[in-house]
Ligand binder design. Structure first.
Ligand SMILES: Nc1nc2c(c(=O)[nH]1)N[C@H]1C(S)=C(S)[C@@H](COP(=O)(O)OP(=O)(O)OC[C@H]3O[C@@H](n4cnc5c(=O)[nH]c(N)nc54)[C@H](O)[C@@H]3O)O[C@H]1N2
Ligand SMILES: Nc1nc2c(c(=O)[nH]1)N[C@H]1C(S)=C(S)[C@@H](COP(=O)(O)OP(=O)(O)OC[C@H]3O[C@@H](n4cnc5c(=O)[nH]c(N)nc54)[C@H](O)[C@@H]3O)O[C@H]1N2
Ligand code: SF4
Ligand SMILES: [Mo]
Length: 740
C-alpha cells in the first residue's frame, strides 16, 4: 500500500477542522510520535476563533478506541472474523459482481450516511462509486434529514443546496423553528459558537424567537419561546404570511425583480388565518399576528427552520413557508436576512441552468419519486422485501439505528444476500455485515468542508492534510471507495493512481465546461497534478471558483498551495448579495408557488381539525452525535440521557412518575424507557432522543452497550413521511404511553 499520508515529526501542533458536526470548528492537534496527545480549540482559526464543544476532545478517544476496527472483518459462518484487505475486497467485489450479474444493477442498493458529508474523501470519491454501481437504488441520510429543504431550494432557487442561510452575525431578528443550535451547533447554517452569535444578536438590541414543542437550551437563551405543536410549522408560518398580506406589510426588497407567484401565495394564505390555525398550532392568534408584524418591522430579520421542520409530515410545506417569510418581508439576499453563500469550492458551479425534475423514476414498490438521484430511505425495507434489492452497501451510515421502523428494516437486512459496509465500527447495522472495510479515523484524513462551506454564515476556506499517518496497511477512505468503484466498473486490475487520474480527468472535464478559463483542460489537469487524491480535486474546485487563482488569470487567488500557507483558514468575508446569478432556475426567476408544493396544501388544510392525543418528537444532546459517539467514555458518562420527557400534566394523567418507566407504543413497535417529568416539554408531546439502543448481539461498542438506551426508531413509522419527498417524519409520531 502506498503511504499517501503525511509523516509528522514529534511533537507537533497541527491545525485541522473538527469533522464531527456542521460547525467546522478549527482545532489544534498535538501529535507526538504518531499519537494524538491533545485536541484544543484553535484561537487563530479564521472562522471559529478558538471555540470548540466537548465532542472535539472525543476525537482523541475515537483515535484510540479499542473497539474501532483496525482492519477489515468478514463473516464466517455466524460470526465476523479479521481478514486481510485483499480477502475483504475480494468478498465485497466478487459478491457485488455476482449479484449484479444475476439480478441486475438495481439489485445493489447503496446508502450514504451523515459522516460522508463531513468527510472530504467520501464527498469526492463517493460519487465515483455511485456512478460505477449504476444502480437506481441509491439512498442516504438526506431523506432522514434535510431533503424537504433541498426540494424547496431546488424548486424556488434552482439548486438543492441553494439554501438561504440566516445571516446571524448581522440580523436584527432571528425566528427559529424546530432547531436547537445551542446543542446541535447549527445545521444548514455552518456557524461555530452559536451561543456567542445568538447572544450577540440580543446584545445589539435584536431579538431571538423560538417556536418549538420543547423549551430547548436555545429557547432558554432567546427573548421569546412559544410551544408549537409538532407538525404545525407550515400552518403557523402561512398564518404569519396571511397577516403580512392582510396588513399590507409585504415587501420584496432585493428579490422584487425576480419573484413571481406573489398573487398565488396571497390567495393561498387567505385561507390560513391565525384564528383558524391557532388551536391546532397551540399558539394564540394574537401572538401569530404580533410575530408577523414584528418580523416585518425589523430592520432585518431571518426565519430559520431545521430538523423539527423537515423531519415531519409537512416537511416540504414547512421548508417552503420558511422561505416565503424571508422573501415576503424583503429579507432574501439582504444583509441580516437570509442570504446565499459564495463558497470557494462548489462542484457543478458552471452547470447550465435547468429545470429541476424530481421523479425521473420511482421506487418500485410504492412509486415514491426519485429526488436528486436518490430514493427515500423510509422505503428501503419495501425495496428489499418486495423490490429488486438483494445487497446493500452502507458507507458511513447506520440505517438500522437511524431510519424509521428499524425493526422491519433489520429483518429486511437479515434477508439480504450480501451486506457490505465501509465503517469503523461494528454497530446496529454493521453487526449484520458480510464485509466491513474500516476507514482510518478522522484525524488521518485531509480536511476541506466542500459541503458545509456551501451553507456557512461567512465565506471561509480551509484545507489541511491528514494530521497523522494511516497505520501500516490501512488505506485512506478515498482509496477504499476507489477500489470498490474500479471493481464495479470491471477494472479491478487498474492501479489506484491510474484510477485516481481518471477521476480527476472526469472532474476537470465537468468543471472546465462553462468556466470560461483561458487554461485548457490539459493545462488544468497538469497544474492540479502537483497533488493527488482529494487534494488534487480540492485544488481544481478552489482554483476554478470565485476566490481562486483561475490557473494564473487571478494572481494571489486561492489554491491548495495557497491554503497550505494559511493553516488557520481564510476568512473570505460576510455573506454577499447573490441575486440574480445565484438563482439557477431556467428563466432566472424565483417561483413562490411551485405546483408540486401547492398540490400538497389540501393535505395540510385537512390537518387543521386534527387533535392528536400524544405525539413523540426527538431531541439531541450536546455530547451525542447521532448514533456513533456513545462509545467515548467522557462523552457518555453522567445521568441516563435516553429518557422519555413528559409534561407534568401528562404524567399525572397517564400515571407516570419521574424516574419510573414508561411503555411507549406506536403502530410499528414499542419500547420501555425511563421517565423524566419536566415542564420544558409541551403538554401532549413526549420526547426521546435518537441514536441509542446499542445493546444488541454482535455489537462491538463496549462502552455504548453499557449505557443502555432504546432505539427510538423502533417507534418511528416508515409509512409516516413527508408526502412530497418521502422524507422520514420522525417528529409527531402518534404514540400511546402507559406506565411500565
Ligand atoms: N450534539 C449533537 N449535535 C448534532 C447532532 C447530534 O446528534 N448531536 N446531529 C447533527 C445532525 S445530523 C443534524 S441534522 C443537526 C440537527 O440540528 P437541529 O435541527 O438544530 O437539532 P435538534 O436538536 O434535533 O433540533 C430539532 C428541534 O425541533 C424540535 N421539534 C420537533 N418537532 C417539531 C415540529 O414539528 N416543529 C417545530 N417547530 N419543532 C419541532 C425539537 O424539539 C428540537 O428542539 O444536528 C447536528 N448536530
Ligand atoms: N428518530 C430520529 N431518527 C433520526 C434523526 C432524528 O432526529 N430522530 N435524525 C436523522 C438525521 S438528521 C440523520 S443525519 C441520520 C443519521 O443517520 P446515519 O448517517 O445513518 O447514522 P449515524 O448515526 O450518523 O452513523 C454514522 C455511521 O458512520 C460511521 N462513521 C463515522 N465516521 C466515519 C467515517 O469517517 N467514514 C465512514 N465510512 N464511516 C464513518 C459510524 O460508525 C456510523 O456507523 O439519522 C436520522 N435519524
Ligand atoms: S461544535 Fe461541532 S465542529 Fe465544533 S468542536 Fe463541537 S463537534 Fe466539532
Ligand atoms: Mo442530520
Amino acid at each position: 500500500m502506498v503511504a499517501y499520508a503525511r509523516r509528522t515529526l514529534p511533537p507537533t501542533t497541527l491545525y485541522r477542522t473538527c469533522p464531527l458536526c456542521e460547525a467546522t470548528c478549527g482545532i489544534a492537534v498535538t501529535v507526538d510520535g504518531g499519537e494524538v496527545r491533545e485536541v484544543r480549540g484553535d484561537p487563530d482559526d479564521a472562522f471559529s476563533q478558538g471555540y470548540i464543544c466537548p465532542k472535539a476532545h472525543g476525537l482523541i478517544s475515537l483515535h484510540a478506541d479499542p473497539d474501532r476496527l483496525r482492519g477489515p472483518v468478514v463473516r464466517d459462518g455466524g460470526a465476523l472474523r479479521d481478514a486481510s484487505w485483499d480477502e475483504a475486497y475480494a468478498r465485497a467485489n466478487d459478491g457485488l459482481a455476482a449479484i449484479r450479474a444475476k439480478h441486475g444493477d438495481d439489485a445493489v442498493a447503496i446508502y450514504l450516511g451523515n459522516p460522508s458529508a463531513h468527510s472530504l474523501d467520501a464527498m469526492l470519491y463517493g460519487p465515483a462509486l455511485l456512478r460505477a454501481l449504476k444502480t437506481k437504488q441509491r439512498y442516504s441520510a438526506s431523506s432522514a434529514d434535510q431533503l424537504p429543504k433541498m426540494l424547496t431550494a431546488a424548486l424556488m432557487f434552482g439548486g438543492g443546496l441553494t439554501i438561504p442561510v440566516p445571516d446571524v452575525d448581522r440580523t436584527d431578528r432571528l425566528l427559529i423553528l424546530g432547531a436547537n443550535p445551542l446543542v446541535s451547533n447549527g445545521s444548514l447554517m455552518t456557524a461555530p459558537d452559536m451561543r456567542r452569535r445568538l447572544d450577540a444578536i440580543r446584545a445589539r438590541g435584536g431579538k431571538v424567537i423560538v417556536l418549538d414543542p420543547r423549551r430547548t437550551e436555545t429557547a432558554d437563551r432567546a427573548d421569546e419561546h412559544h410551544f408549537l405543536a409538532p407538525g404545525t410549522d407550515a400552518l403557523a408560518l402561512l398564518a404569519i404570511v396571511h397577516v403580512l398580506f392582510d396588513d399590507g406589510l409585504v415587501k420584496l426588497g432585493a428579490a422584487a425583480p425576480y419573484v413571481r407567484g406573489v398573487d398565488e401565495v396571497r390567495a393561498i394564505a387567505a385561507r390560513f388565518t391565525p384564528e383558524r390555525v391557532a388551536a391546532r398550532c397551540g399558539i394564540e392568534a394574537a401572538t401569530l399576528r404580533r410575530l408577523a408584524r414584528e418580523h416585518a418591522a425589523a430592520a432585518s430579520a431571518a426565519c430559520y427552520g431545521r430538523i423539527g421542520t423537515t423531519c415531519q409530515e409537512f416537511g416540504s410545506l414547512a421548508s417552503w413557508a420558511v422561505d416565503l417569510v424571508n422573501v415576503l418581508t424583503g429579507n432574501l439576499d439582504r444583509a441580516g436576512g437570509a442570504m446565499f453563500t459564495t463558497p470557494a469550492a462548489l462542484p457543478g458551479r458552471h452547470r447550465p441552468r435547468a429545470a429541476f425534475r424530481p421523479g425521473r423514476y420511482g421506487s418500485t414498490v410504492k412509486g415514491l419519486p426519485e429526488m436528486f438521484g436518490e430514493l427515500p430511505v423510509a422505503t428501503l425495507a419495501d425495496e428489499i422485501e418486495r423490490g429488486p434489492v438483494r445487497a446493500v452497501v452502507t458507507i458511513a451510515g447506520n440505517p438500522l439505528a437511524s431510519a424509521p421502523n428499524a425493526a422491519r428494516l433489520t429483518r429486511a437486512f437479515e434477508s439480504l444476500e450480501l451486506r457490505v459496509a465501509v465503517d469503523p465500527y461494528v454497530n446496529q447495522t454493521t453487526r449484520l455485515a458480510d464485509v466491513i472495510l474500516p476507514p482510518p479515523p478522522p484525524l488521518a484524513r485531509a480536511c476541506y468542508d466542500v459541503a458545509l462551506y456551501q451553507l456557512a454564515v461567512r465565506d471561509v476556506a480551509k484545507y489541511a492534510p491528514p494530521a497523522v499517518e494511516c497505520a501500516p496497511g490501512q488505506p485512506a477512505e478515498w482509496e477504499i471507495l476507489l477500489t470498490l468503484a474500479k471493481a464495479a466498473m470491471g477494472m479491478a486490475a487498474l492501479s489506484l493512481p491510474l484510477a485516481d487520474n481518471a477521476v480527476a480527468r472526469e472532474l476537470v472535464a465537468r468543471e472546465h465546461a462553462g468556466a470560461g478559463l483561458a487554461a485548457s483542460e490539459a493545462d488544468v489537469m497538469k497544474a492540479i497534478s502537483a497533488h493527488h487524491g482529494p487534494a488534487r480535486l480540492v485544488d481544481l474546485l478552489v482554483r476554478i471558483g470565485p476566490h481562486g487563482d483561475r490557473f494564473g488569470e487571478r494572481p494571489g487567488g486561492l489554491s491548495v498551495a495557497a491554503l497550505l500557507d494559511q493553516p488557520h483558514g481564510v476568512d473570505l468575508g460576510p455573506l454577499r448579495p447573490g441575486l440574480p446569478d445565484v438563482v439557477r432556475t431556467p428563466d432566472g426567476t424565483i417561483d413562490l408557488a411551485p405546483a408540486l408544493l401547492v398540490g400538497d396544501l389540501p393535505r395540510l388544510e385537512a390537518s387543521i381539525d386534527r387533535r392528536p392525543a400524544v405525539v413523540l418528537i426527538g431531541r439531541r444532546h450536546l455530547r451525542s452525535n447521532n448514533s456513533w459517539m456513545h462509545n467515548v467514555p467522557a462523552l457518555i458518562k453522567g445521568p441516563p440521557r435516553c429518557t422519555l420527557l413528559v409534561h407534568p400534566d401528562d404524567a399525572t394523567r397517564l400515571g407516570l412518575r419521574d424516574g419510573g418507566a414508561a411503555r411507549v407504543a406506536s403502530r410499528v413497535g414499542a419500547v420501555v424507557a425511563p421517565v423524566e417529568v419536566s415542564d420544558e416539554i409541551m403538554p401532549g408531546v413526549v420526547s426521546l432522543p435518537h441514536g441509542f439502543g446499542h445493546d444488541l448481539p454482535g455489537v462491538r461498542l463496549d462502552t455504548a452497550r453499557g449505557h443502555g438506551g432504546v432505539n427510538v426508531n423502533l417507534l418511528s413509522d416508515d409509512e409516516a413521511i413527508d408526502a412530497i419527498t418521502g422524507n422520514a417524519a420522525f417528529n409527531g409520531v402518534a404514540v400511546t404511553v402507559t406506565a411500565a
